[in-house]
Every structure is written in structure tokens, then in C-alpha cells.
Design a protein around this ligand. Structure first.
Ligand code: GLC
Length: 715
């Protein structure tokens, strides 16, 4: 039985030059011209085509009306759900629930595949420290360790086996590489970084996604250190296909090969095609430059023909791997069995409530007290909003499927307490009489829940913000309620990024970050607000006090003058909320940190553990976090680095000892020659509830190897 690569080799031998080039061509539309090209074997992949029947018809044309009958690879942006919409990826990351991330991706893939989609352009694994950048919403936050776990989980989920044993859809780790470093948070702007930052911070999630089996990689729009990623041989040929020996498809971003012209890196479309292909981009998304120019290029440069065979083999191998040759068509009845089924909807609700982060809860304002005819005011522009709750990249989600916060208040709170609703403001501008109505509603309530934040068109691709506070009209709404009434205020933030909401933090009684929670937004939020679910989310990104603090992140360098002066004369040094931060309706206590060695060899490991006790009045989940600091290195090291976490459930009064093992994998770094090494010296270690707190210990890595007879001090 030939394996997929061998089948691809065998097919390649039968292909003409035109048909080989055809496999490298992808279009994001399919009209008469594209259908003609499909028949001629000049297109290998499509995106932006929808409906099982439509896709089956296009497949039929490819399989039955072209000379070799090579099936099409149909791709789509299935980012955080297909029809059932999960929290935006940044919100999912806030759950720190890796299994849930995988489950969500598996469900999204199943729903997409039931409509004939067999390739998703996800997970986006771009690291960034730029919350002004709209696409921070699509990633897993500022920390490489958490982002690595998320990347691998999402790839596993998307590529989980279908009923025929094939990957449900091919995943695509994107955007290779460095896209999140855009200057000023301006999408598509230039990026520059040292090779150290590239290899230490930007590349690892790609590597972990590829280790998890990602069948494709998408190159970025941006130029990296002067060479656009979609024409960057160092990135694609040297690192990805060379060092990492990557066997999958490298697809460009939308017209990003043609955009080498706009970058000033290619003379014209032909030059762009040549440079993109030579750099290692196997498939051109939608620009058409490969279709138009590759044939001539290979006639002029026959030495490049082996590159074409390599690219086509990658593409054909993935098509065999997906079973497209054996099963090119989708059973159109499948979607009834799959789309938005109860367990998918329940998972969307569970994932959304686990992503919600409790940031403040003064005087136990939450959970809401619904007893004895309580009156709850529900206010704000995002409380009754079916569209924005799904967030960016959710266009296959349907508004009519969304449970809004108002829906859930009416169905689940109104029977127990008096609910008064007032919109109060639009998202971006005031509402006529909005303030008056909102103040009146709050005044007549025992507590006011104000749902504010960003609309979907303030977050995601090219929706960057130069100021990441609440829109002015929304803050004015909350200020009016605080000023005119004595009613306790619960602020619910729905956003695709961290928000610089210092005034809200200081004046609200409770603050909750719900991100854009997806189809089950209202139910997930009410589960938390009324205490049916004890919030367990932790921030995957630092929340600044002010936009002016950006970039601000927990794993910073110590510098030569730590705390000699204030970072700023006008703003505190500290973030508003640190990475890893999140409260619960119960309390947790950390005690009795233990290490099983004070000294270890360079190839040794050390076990670090601590007791975590639920000291509150109700069961709750806690994300126990492990951080290290390599105090002295051949290059400067961050003051803290996340190297482990465990999300645990503790019953009221329960204590668990949580332990982690630090191995060379966690203790190693890139030395001054960018070589991975565990360097001797002192390490600090913390186990705690977030990046700002924890029990501290230390150990020393000795300059010996375990097999040399360590004679080291172990407990
Ligand atoms: C977009 C995005 C990319 C997406 C692609 C196809 O511009 O940059 O993430 O997958 O085009 O829609």
C-alpha cells in the first residue's frame, strides 16, 4: 500500500507543466473563468466558496472534467467556530483550558467539513505585545509557553480524525512570521526584530503547531527586517523547510506574493511570482501571479523546476492525506447531524464561561444576589447585541443563534428578580436620552450590570486602535451612573484586546472581562454573574493602565537600572492587571513550596511543588502557575518566564499538592550563539496564582552532567 507521498510521486510523473503549476494556484472566487481553469487543471484550491452542494459541484468538475481528476482543496477561515461560535482565540486562551481549545477546534472542523471545507486558515499563532493591533484577538496572548500549548491543541483539534480516519480539516499555522511585531500596532506595517526575539518568542508556537502535525503554514503580509515574509528565503527555505524539514504546504496570505511589488521588493507581477516561489511559497492565494507567470519563469529558469515538483508534491500529499482522492465529495445530509447540535452549543457555553476573567469584586458584589425581589439593572450598548458578541472572524455564525446578555437576563434572572434594561449608549457614539434612561434604570436597581466594550469592527484584521480605553461615550455612561446614583456597578467588558480601563477599575464595584464570547455569550455570562459557574479565567495578556505604557508585558528584562526611577513621571509602573491574573468567588492559599534538590546537573531536573488550599466558601478552579528566572546568563534573561500551569478544581476547604518538574526543556535558553543550552547558575522559581505573586524558591544548576556522578544535594 503506497503511502500518501508515494501516491503523490506517482501522480506527479503524469502531470504536464501546466497541471503542476495549476496545483500552486488558489483563488478566492469561482466564476465562469475559474471554472474553465479548473477544467484545464490550472487551479488546485479555492476559498470563499460555500455550501456542500456548491462545493460538490466544483469538485465534480475538477474530478470528472479535468484530465487527471485531481480534487480541489477547499479552504476557509474557520478561526473560532464555523456555525457554532466559540470565544475569540484570545478569550479561549484566558480559560487556560487546553483540552477545551482542542475540543472547540474539533467541533469547528466537524461543522466546516460537513459543508465541504477541508482546510482552515487557523490557528493564528502570531505572538504580539501590541494590544493596539486588531489581530491580538486571534492569538493566545503574550506568553510563549501558553501560546505553544494553544497552538498544538488547536492543530490537534482541527486535524482530529473524521469518520474515515482522515484529518477532519488541514490546519494552517499563520502568519509566518513576525506579523505581531507590526510597528505602532498598525496592521501590515513593517516589522523588525533580532534573530534572538524571532527564535525565542516568535517562532516557537509555529514549531509547536508543526510538531502537532499542522499540514500547512501561511506566510505573512509583513516585511521582516527588510524582507517581506512572503518572499523570505531565510524564513521559509532556511528555517521552515531547512532546519525544521517541514513537509507541508506553504501558502501565501491573500495576494501577499503580488504585494512584494508594493513592498518595493519585486519589479512587477512576474518578478513577484519568481521571488515568492523561489523563497518557498508553494501556493499563491488569489493574486494569480503564479498562474500568469510561472510557466514562462520555468522556461527561462529550468533550474527551478525541481522546486516546482517539490511544491506540487507537498500539495498532492496533503490532498491524499485528507482522503480527497478517495472521498472528494461531502454527504450533504451530514450537516443536519453536525451543525449547531446541542453538545456543540453546550461546549460553546462551557468554553465561554471558562474564558471569563473576574478582575475585581469589591464587597462581593458578585455573584448577583437574586433573593427577595431584587432589582437588577442591565445597561450598555453590548447587552442586547447579537452580532458583536461573536467577535472577529465569525461570519459563518448567525446572529439569530446568539444568546445575548439581555436574552439570558430575561430567561434566567427575570423570573427571580426585577430586570430593567436600558441601552444607555451606542458603542461608538452617545444615544439620544441614553444617559437619562440608563441612570433612571440604575437608580431603581439594587445593582447595575453595565455591558460595554468593543464592537466587532473595532477588533480583528486592520481594526487597530491608537487608544485602547473604552470609547468615550461608554465611559461617560458609567461615570453618569456612578455620579447620579449610589447603585453598585458591575462592569462587563466585551473586547478583542486588553483595555486600558483604569478609571473603571477604580470606580466599579466589580469588573469582568468576557472578551467576545460567541454564540452562547448571554448564558455564559449569566452563569458567572449569578454564580452558577465560579469564574476561573486568567489573563493571557497584560492589561495596561494607559495606552502609553505599551509595550508592557510580564516577562520583561531587569535592565541595568531596575526601579531606579519610575518608568513614567505621569503613570504608575505597574500594569492595571498582570499576565495570569484572575479572581474567583472563593479564595486560594499557596503554602509549603518544596524543591527536591537545591543543586542539579545541567542535564538534570528538579521537582517543585506547593500546597494550594481552597480557603473560601465554595468550590472553585484555580490555574496554578509555575514561573522561573534564570538569574545570570550568557544573555540577559526575563525577570519571569511561565514554564508550567495546571488548572485544578478544589472543593471548599480542599488542599492539593501541585507539582511540576523542571527539565532542561524548561530551563534551557538560547545562549549568545543562539544555541539551546542549560547554563549553570542560580534559578529562582515561583508557584502562584499569577505572574505578580507566588511562593518563591531557588536552586542552582551546577556545571556538571548527571552521569559524571553528581554528588549533588538532593532532598
Ligand atoms: C486575510 C488574513 C488571513 C486569512 C486570509 C484568507 O487577509 O490575513 O489570516 O486567512 O486573508 O481570508
Amino acid at each position: 500500500m503506497l503511502n500518501d507521498a508515494a501516491k503523490a510521486e506517482r501522480l506527479l510523473k503524469r502531470m504536464t507543466l501546466t497541471e503542476k503549476i495549476g496545483q500552486t494556484v488558489q483563488f478566492g472566487r469561482c466564476e465562469a473563468q475559474e471554472i474553465e481553469w479548473i477544467k484545464q487543471g490550472k487551479i488546485g484550491s479555492l476559498l470563499n466558496v460555500y455550501g456542500a452542494e456548491k462545493i460538490n459541484e466544483l469538485q465534480r468538475i475538477a474530478v470528472e472534467e479535468s484530465r487527471l481528476g485531481i480534487p480541489l482543496l477547499i479552504g476557509d477561515d474557520v478561526i473560532h467556530g464555523f456555525r457554532t461560535i466559540f470565544p475569540i482565540p484570545l478569550g479561549e486562551a484566558a480559560s487556560w483550558d487546553v483540552e477545551a481549545m482542542e475540543r472547540n477546534a474539533r467541533i469547528a472542523a466537524a461543522e466546516a467539513a460537513s459543508e465541504g471545507i477541508r482546510w482552515t486558515f487557523a490557528p493564528m499563532v502570531d505572538m504580539t505585545r501590541e494590544p493596539r493591533w486588531g489581530r491580538i484577538a486571534e492569538g493566545a496572548g503574550e506568553d510563549v509557553y501558553l501560546a505553544n500549548q494553544a497552538a498544538a491543541a488547536r492543530v490537534r483539534g482541527f486535524q482530529s480524525p473524521d469518520e474515515n480516519g482522515y484529518p477532519t480539516v488541514a490546519a494552517c499555522v499563520k502568519h509566518f512570521a513576525g506579523y505581531g511585531w507590526v510597528e505602532g500596532g498598525r496592521d501590515y506595517d513593517t516589522t523588525g526584530m533580532s534573530e534572538r526575539v524571532l527564535r525565542e518568542t516568535v517562532l516557537p508556537p509555529f514549531y509547536e503547531g508543526i510538531r502537532a502535525g499542522a499540514l500547512s503554514v501561511m506566510t505573512a503580509f509583513t516585511d521582516l527586517n527588510g524582507v517581506p515574509a512572503s518572499g523570505n528565503k531565510f524564513l521559509i527555505r532556511e528555517i521552515l523547510k531547512g532546519e525544521w524539514n517541514y513537509p507541508g504546504i506553504v501558502v501565501s496570505d491573500w495576494e501577499s506574493v503580488e504585494e512584494l511589488i508594493h513592498h518595493g521588493y519585486a519589479e512587477d507581477r512576474k518578478d513577484a511570482a519568481c521571488k515568492g516561489f523561489a523563497a518557498g511559497v508553494d501556493m499563491d492565494m488569489h493574486s494569480g501571479v503564479y498562474l500568469e507567470h510561472l510557466e514562462r519563469i520555468f522556461q527561462e529558469r529550468p533550474d527551478m523546476l525541481p522546486l516546482l515538483d517539490d511544491a506540487v508534491l507537498r500539495i498532492l500529499t496533503v490532498k491524499y492525506r485528507l482522503g480527497l482522492f478517495d472521498h472528494p465529495y461531502v454527504d450533504v445530509r451530514k450537516r443536519e447531524r453536525v451543525m449547531m447540535i446541542p453538545e456543540h452549543v453546550e461546549q460553546a457555553r462551557d468554553s465561554a464561561r471558562k474564558s471569563i476573567v473576574l478582575l475585581k469584586n469589591r464587597g462581593k458584589t458578585l455573584p448577583l444576589d437574586l433573593g427577595a425581589r431584587k432589582r437588577i439593572g442591565l445597561i450598555g450598548p453590548l447587552a442586547d447585541d447579537r452580532h458583536n458578541a461573536m467577535g472577529c472572524w465569525a461570519w459563518k455564525g448567525r446572529k439569530e443563534d446568539v444568546v445575548t446578555v439581555l436574552d439570558a437576563f430575561r430567561s434566567r434572572i427575570a423570573p427571580l428578580a426585577e430586570v430593567t434594561y436600558a441601552k444607555g449608549s451606542e458603542v461608538k457614539q452617545p444615544l439620544e436620552r441614553g444617559l437619562e434612561e440608563a441612570v433612571a434604570a440604575a437608580r431603581d436597581s439594587d445593582v447595575a450590570v453595565v455591558v460595554v466594550g468593543e464592537s466587532e469592527d473595532m477588533t480583528g484584521e486592520h481594526y487597530n486602535r491608537a487608544y485602547i480605553g473604552l470609547p468615550e461615550c461608554q465611559e461617560r455612561l458609567i461615570r453618569a451612573i456612578k455620579r447620579e446614583t449610589g447603585t453598585p456597578v458591575v462592569v462587563v467588558l466585551m473586547s478583542g484586546r486588553p483595555l486600558a480601563v483604569e478609571w473603571v477599575h477604580e470606580h466599579a464595584d466589580a469588573v469582568v472581562e468576557a472578551w467576545h464570547p460567541g454564540t452562547q455569550a448571554g448564558n455564559a455570562l449569566v452563569d458567572v454573574l449569578i454564580g452558577e459557574y465560579n469564574p476561573s479565567g486568567k489573563l493571557p495578556v497584560t492589561f495596561p493602565r494607559s495606552t502609553g505604557q505599551i509595550p508592557i508585558y510580564y516577562n520583561r528584562k531587569n535592565t541595568g537600572r531596575p526601579h531606579l526611577y519610575e518608568d513614567y513621571v505621569d503613570v504608575s509602573d505597574e500594569p492595571l492587571y498582570p499576565f495570569g491574573y484572575g479572581l474567583s468567588y472563593t479564595t486560594f492559599e499557596y503554602a509549603d513550596l518544596r524543591l527536591d534538590a537545591w543543586q542539579i546537573a545541567r542535564d538534570g531536573s528538579v521537582n517543585v511543588s506547593a500546597n494550594v488550599t481552597n480557603t473560601g466558601e465554595r468550590d472553585g478552579e484555580e490555574v496554578v502557575q509555575l514561573y522561573i528566572r534564570d538569574v545570570v546568563g550568557s544573555t540577559t534573561r526575563p525577570v519571569k518566564e511561565l514554564k508550567g500551569f495546571r488548572k485544578i478544581l478544589l472543593k471548599q476547604g480542599e488542599t492539593k499538592r501541585i507539582s511540576f518538574t523542571l527539565t532542561p526543556n524548561e530551563l534551557g535558553m538560547l545562549d549568545e550563539r543562539l544555541q539551546f543550552a542549560v547554563e549553570p547558575g542560580k534559578f529562582l522559581v515561583w508557584i502562584g496564582p499569577n505572574s505578580g505573586e507566588g511562593l518563591q524558591g531557588e536552586f542552582t544548576v551546577m556545571d556538571t552532567k548527571e552521569r559524571e556522578g553528581d554528588g549533588l544535594q538532593r532532598h
